[in-house]
Design a protein. Sequence first.
Length: 241
Amino acid sequence: MSNIVKINNQNLEVKEFDGQRVVTFKDIDTLHERVEGTAGRNFRENKERFIENVDFFFVKPADIQNNEIRRSEINNSGTYLITESGYLMLVKSFTDDLAWKVQRQLVNTYFRAKEVNPFKGLSKELQAIFLIDRRTQEIEERVDKLENKMTIDYSQQEEIRIKATKRVIQVLGGKDVPAYKELNKKAFAALWRDYKRALDVNSYRNTAVKDFDKALNYVATWKPARELELMIAGANSQMRI
């Protein structure tokens, strides 16, 4: 893109990704007249507080489409692109007069340049309230959309797997019983078959984040089919002979 926006008498080249305007760590440091690396350090120190694809994107040259950022601006190893919400979080600690001035200019003339103010004519106080409420709603909608697409991470996968293992052992009557030795493979196969049907996934590893609690409850309360129950009872009856 070739559009330029003036921020604090400095030229900021417009960057867009996934339909949103974004900035880089270098942009933030330059506009706020901070030592290079300041914004990146703030991000790394608080990375767990930022939501990927909401507050930032991590992209490589191959991810860039036409009419977005010039590929030459993206490192081969990947570059962080910061959205408006991510930017406002990053500069919370910038409280000098220049910081406030740059924040106002960036928000009003860069991030929201395409927006039409539907609250024009209202008092500035009411406009501010409605705008904040709308931005909060937009962010919440984006988070909800993201959660609908996101799948559980490794630690959550392990939590499901461990609970499922405990449940199968419990259903079989323990690890030191005939049923466990004879039927554990059949029982595990039955649990995961039922799980995939109930959660509508092809593997428990692909469980949606929004369904994580449902998944934990399912494996913790899973019951085998009647046929398998009878097989378990029959196998364990050997202990009483």
